[in-house]
Design a protein around this ligand. Sequence first.
Ligand code: ZN
Length: 327
Amino acid sequence: MTAPNIAVSIDVGGTLTKAAIVDGRGKIRAEDVQPTATDIAPTRVPAHVAGIVRELLRRAGVSPGEVSGLCIGVPGIVDYRTGDVLSCPNLTNWEGMPLGRLVEEEIGLPTYLDKDANLAAMGEYWQGASRGVRHSICFTLGTGIGTGIILDGRLYRGAIGGAGEIGHITLVREGPLCGCGNRGCLEALASASAIVREARTAVARDPSSKILTLAHGDPATITAEVVFSAAQEGDITARTVVMTALEYLGIGVASMVNALNPDMVVLAGGMAAAGEIIGDVVRHVVRQRVRLPLAAHVRVVIGSLGGYAGVLGGAYLVFQGLQEPVA
Ligand SMILES: [Zn+2]
């Protein structure tokens, strides 16, 4: 058997879709980012995905015969064995779609489907911050909060592929409503969307906040990035919003440290771009709230791959063949 050396990897986000041709050393040969096709009919999705793949292969000068497989990361729960999308709150018209099988039929390449947070964890494990680390949990922080759990160097998927939905553990009994339908989830308290929601409420009370200045006076244009910038410039209102969210995040991380005793926690995803302000608070809360020797052992770090963790993890999955291709 010849060693496979080229994979196509697509990371579908709620707003942007990133695609890449990746070689066996983790080098990106070609890449593409475009808005996620949220408005096209489900029946046209496989052809759309195939179009992205063909265009990338053409640009990279790679023929389909040189490609080991294709991996698609989806922001939801997928049955990785069948390639069915089970739940996808950001792309509801994909729910129930046998996406993996349809794309495989369309493109003729072995096709894998997995949860985006699992792929980010695999990417950081293969090429990033947790390279070679035996037990790690990678938090993907963005619109939502997901995690990928790697135990003994292997992704832990749970019974139906839904392990790692730590964003939906309840932290506040009657807390804010979460996208999943529950109240007080970690995701509803500490995600980028939660920060934006709290910032909008806060600027209504404090219109002089730098948050509003940076958002050009329009609360509708507030982003988590804006809130972090205002906090880093010393704005008290922004700092309160950010610190409250990060303390909840720290509590979520501390809970997982208690549950799984990892060697490392990686903080990845768009929000992790804010950097060590997040790492510092989470490390502090973990030290404060994990009262067992586990806290002294775990390293909490910011991911080192930025927006590339997902596509690299997808390629790694193809190369490792950690699961059978969609039947
Ligand atoms: Zn939830």
